[in-house]
Design a protein around this ligand. Structure first.
Ligand code: HMG
Length: 390
């Protein structure tokens, strides 16, 4: 049975910071951020967006009424969960008006959570071919002002509908994965910001990539030649390129050129949004699908997922006939071009304005946020969500 991505969309908040401005303010050469790190703009999340609203806004744009009644499993991958107990997916389930006969759960393993969800969805659909599964990947990446990770922050969500006979991409059966207990990046429950050993995290990302790729080659006998493109988890866009460069010489000249060209295209959205953790790999896939005009039905796309701590996985998908008819390129580009640029001091103000953690009541002005679904405040220790169109 063919199982895979039937629909895919993304959402990012309406505010951004230009990396050149950040570099000037932090007294760093702009090329360090734009070339060395490979980022042009960084999404900044206002207080009226959180991982729940980002995911709900992403899903809103791809689901029709039939999907909403057919979805029987919602899996929410995030590492910026808002509650130790209740799944962020349950809020989204309500905000979208999904069928109550559904399972809903949150999954966590750093940036890997959504890949786990995708693979579990595949198994669920193999047993229940009529089922549709909503996979959400939503995060706000925060390292703190004036930290070395600052240039690799971002915010956004990707929503994917997984089904049998998908319209966009089938997932191939074989995938290779690896787990090892390492401390490259983590966020203790008492901290709003992540702790990271930057250089070590880069090394481990590449180390995991090489191991899962070698294993994948061994188990499938596929080679670089068999891939039209390889998409990477992109904590910052240069990271994926560094990993690709470690294996690229195994391919012919033509393959090398194709994979490098397609890598450039696969970072289109990511370089303008920043790290969105669980959604980054899928934002890269979306960048490729919506910007590479030469892609064809039957093309094989490789996908490398990495979640610090750490789990890595290499898997692949095959593009389906007419997949281009089911993408939302115009809407996604409009989302990015209609954003408001912040100065560095405005960004710092937005960054420091966080929801209270002492149980106090707060009412937020959602009028400044064009998103349909927003956080309207906190009352009685409960986040208040609003859908402006309802
Ligand atoms: P840094 O120490 O500020 O930067 O940290 P650097 O000194 O390593 O410089 C970065 C690059 O810019 C270097 O290139 C420089 O040469 C270059 P490289 O040698 O690496 O190719 N550079 C310049 N290039 C052009 N013109 C110039 C110039 N100056 C310097 N003038 C670091 C960078 C990424 C480590 C930091 O931002 C950080 O710690 N970020 C967070 C951690 C991270 O993103 N790790 C990635 C792998 S782990 C992962 O992907 C998981 C994650 O998503 C979390 C999860 O799973 O949940 C993070």
């Amino acid at each position: 049975m063919k199982i895979g991505i039937d629909k895919i969309g993304f959402f990012t908040p309406n505010l951004y910071l230009d990396m050149n401005q950040l570099a000037l303010n932090r007294e760093v050469e702009p090329e360090k951020f734009t070339i060395g790190i490979g980022q042009e703009k960084m999404a900044v999340s206002p207080i009226t967006q959180d991982p729940v609203t980002l995911a709900a806004n992403a899903a809103l744009k791809i689901l029709n009424d039939d999907d909403k009644s057919d979805i029987d499993l919602v899996m929410f991958g995030t590492e910026s969960g808002i509650d130790h107990s209740k799944s962020a997916g349950v809020y989204v389930h309500h905000l979208l008006g999904l069928n109550s006969s559904a399972r809903t759960v949150e999954l966590k393993q750093a940036c890997y959570g959504a890949t786990a969800a995708l693979q579990l969805a595949k198994g669920h659909i193999a047993l229940n071919p009529e089922s549709k599964v909503l996979v959400l990947a939503s995060d706000i990446a925060r390292y703190g002002l004036q930290t070395s990770g600052e240039a690799t922050q971002g915010a956004g969500a990707v929503a994917m509908l997984i089904s049998a006979n998908p319209k966009i991409m089938t997932l191939e059966d074989k995938s290779t994965y690896l787990t090892a207990d390492i401390m490259d990046f983590w966020r203790p429950t008492y901290s709003e910001e992540a702790f990271v050993d930057g250089k070590y995290s880069n090394e481990q990302y590449i180390n995991f990539f090489q191991k899962v790729w070698q294993q994948y080659k061994k188990e499938t006998e596929l080679r670089l030649e068999d891939f039209t493109a390889i998409c990477y988890h992109l904590p910052y866009t240069k990271m994926g390129l560094k990993a690709l460069r470690t294996v690229i010489e195994d391919g012919s000249k033509e393959t090398q050129e194709r994979l490098l060209d397609n890598f450039e295209i696969s970072k289109t959205y990511n370089k303008n949004v920043g790290n969105i953790y669980t959604g980054s790999l899928y934002l890269s896939l979306l960048s490729l699908l919506e910007h590479q005009a030469n892609l064809e039905s039957g093309d094989r796309i490789g996908l490398y997922s990495y979640g610090s701590g750490a789990v890595g996985e290499f898997f692949s998908g095959i593009l389906q006939p007419c997949f281009k008819d089911y993408l939302q390129k115009e809407a996604h580009e409009k989302l990015l071009t209609s954003r408001k640029e912040l100065s560095v001091s405005e960004y710092e103000e937005v960054f420091l304005k966080t929801l209270p953690i002492d149980g106090s009541t707060v009412e937020l002005d959602v009028g400044q946020d064009p998103a349909e679904i927003c956080v309207a405040g906190i009352k009685g220790h409960m986040r208040q969500y609003i859908n402006k169109k309802q």
